[in-house]
Every structure is written in structure tokens, then in C-alpha cells.
Design a binder for this molecule. Structure first.
Ligand SMILES: [Fe+2]
Length: 290
């Protein structure tokens, strides 16, 4: 498996606080079958992207972890005006391995319309954008149609592994599961920050997806698509994202309420589908020309 979102580099943001924590996170990942980690320090108002320090510690970890896991450098890129300007004037600087795939993070509480302009500018500069954990933003939970807009504009979607099985709350769980069932998820990643309080458990997510949507889907979300992002390869063929072009509203809020009213039942539904939905030529093909 390849984890494209981890705050593995110590002392550069709110992720690993020290070298030992970085090494422990890498060891936990490797023990679960992760062979490659993308280190994604924050670039936001709270944590600036200190390139010399990040590159120095990335090189140190790469050397220390040789033979255990491979590392790439990326960024948890907050869509501030300064960041967007920086990314557009330094092409591909913040993307994974400098190869074009960029993890983007939105404001948590209020998402202004100007974000669409930021998305367009980054895409015009050559980035392929990956929306990080849409299921965890209060603003997207209130306005889920935003995610459909971003996807129709060509953004890919990364869901946090733990969201699928309720680590971030019921609404987030219901949202993540609906995205999974509709084939609106392209990557599972841990967004791990610490070996103990935000540990990197990708295997649990892999097994969850394999059980509900089939092994083929789990491989696609944890290996095939992440590999394309790490290599900067053309975007692989995906199953059709159900209801995306037709703008069918997401139903997760109703589902979360139903779950709450059924004590002791998960109410996730569709558990017996067990299929990837088939790999049809569709929206993603048309968008990426493949
Ligand atoms: Fe993150």
C-alpha cells in the first residue's frame, strides 16, 4: 500500500514532534504493509512551508528509513491566496515529488466562492488536484454539493481511512461511506500526525473497503491510484462516479440520522455489493483523455 498523506516529518508542523515519533510512524506503517509514504507537511497560516528545514529532515528520514519504506515529499496545501500565488509562480513546487499531483486543503468552516478561482489557477499551472478528506470539513458537511462541483471541475478525492469506520464522527462516517458506494473516492490515506494519538492505520481502511466494495476497489484506492500520484503518471481508468454528472444530491445527512436512531446498528447499507462497479469508460476517461 502507498499512503499519500502523512505528517511524518518531525518538527515542521503539528505532525510528528520528534525524530523518534517519525521513526515510530514509519515502523507502524511498514508493519501494516505500507511500502511508500508521502510526507505532507502543512502549508497554512499556522505552519509555513519551511523548504530548507523540510528538505533537510526529509533527506534525514529517507536515509534512516532506507529498506523499510520509500518516501516522497509533498504538501498538505491550504488554499490561501499567498500559497496559490507561490504555487503558480513556482510550478509543481508543492506537488508530490514535484510531479504534478497536489493535495489541497480548504478552509474548515466557511468556503468562499473564490476557491473555485484558486482551483482553476492551479489546474492551469499544471497541477492535478486531490481534495483532502472532504468528509471532515464542517463547511462541506453543510454544503456537500461543493464536492460535486470540484469533482466535475476535475478534482480527485482522498478520504481519511478512519472516517470510513467512525473515527471522526457519525456524519463524517456516513459521508465517507456514501462517497465510497458512489465511486467518488480515489485515494484512502491516513493523514497520520502521531504514532499514538493520530496513528497511521491504512490497513483497517483497506480491509473495510475490501469487505464492502471488493478487493479490487481496495487495491485501486490504496495502491493503483496512489502509485500514479507518486509517479506523476497519467490518471488510471476509474469506475463511473455515480450521480456526479447528473448532480444527484448526497444523502449522508439522512443516513447519519437513521444510524443514530438505530442503536447498535451500523446502517451502512450496500455491504453485499462486493464489486468495484466495473471499469467503464466514462467521466474520468473523458476528463483525462485516457
Ligand atoms: Fe493533513
Amino acid at each position: 500500500m502507498i499512503d499519500i498523506h502523512q505528517h511524518l516529518i518531525y518538527g515542521v508542523d503539528d505532525g510528528a514532534p520528534d525524530l523518534q515519533a517519525s521513526l515510530d510512524m514509519a515502523r507502524l506503517s511498514a508493519d501494516e504493509g505500507v511500502t511508500h509514504i508521502v510526507c505532507t507537511p502543512h502549508a497554512n497560516d499556522e505552519h509555513s512551508y519551511n523548504v530548507p528545514l523540510i528538505e533537510q529532515r526529509f533527506a534525514e528520514l529517507k536515509e534512516r528509513l532506507q529498506g523499510l519504506v520509500e518516501l516522497s515529499l509533498g504538501c498538505d496545501f491550504h488554499l490561501t491566496a499567498d500559497n496559490v500565488h507561490d504555487a503558480v509562480t513556482n510550478p509543481l513546487r508543492f506537488s508530490i515529488g514535484g510531479k504534478g499531483y497536489l493535495l489541497i486543503e480548504f478552509p474548515w468552516q466557511v468556503i468562499p466562492r473564490s476557491m473555485n478561482d484558486a482551483i482553476s489557477r492551479l489546474q492551469a499551472a499544471g497541477y492535478t488536484l486531490i481534495v483532502t478528506h472532504p468528509e471532515r470539513y464542517p463547511a462541506v458537511l453543510r454544503q456537500p454539493h461543493l464536492l460535486g462541483e470540484w469533482m466535475r471541475n476535475g478534482c480527485l478525492v482522498q478520504v481519511t481511512s478512519g472516517s470510513l469506520y467512525g473515527r471522526f464522527g457519525k456524519a463524517q462516517e456516513a459521508f465517507a461511506n456514501e462517497l465510497l458506494e458512489r465511486n467518488w473516492v480515489h485515494f484512502l490515506a491516513t493523514d497520520a500526525h502521531h504514532p499514538i494519538w493520530r496513528p497511521p492505520h491504512l490497513k483497517s481502511g483497506y480491509e473495510y473497503v475490501a469487505k464492502r466494495r471488493g478487493e479490487e476497489t481496495a487495491i485501486r484506492l490504496c495502491e493503483t491510484n496512489p502509485r500514479a500520484a507518486v509517479k506523476g503518471a497519467p490518471w488510471p481508468e476509474q469506475p463511473e462516479a455515480e450521480g456526479l454528472l447528473e448532480n444527484v444530491p448526497l444523502q449522508f445527512a439522512d443516513r447519519a440520522a437513521t444510524q443514530r436512531s438505530k442503536s447498535g446498528r451500523s446502517g451502512r447499507g450496500n455491504a453485499d455489493e462486493g464489486s468495484d462497479g466495473g471499469t467503464k469508460t466514462g467521466f474520468w476517461s473523458r476528463l483525462f483523455g485516457k
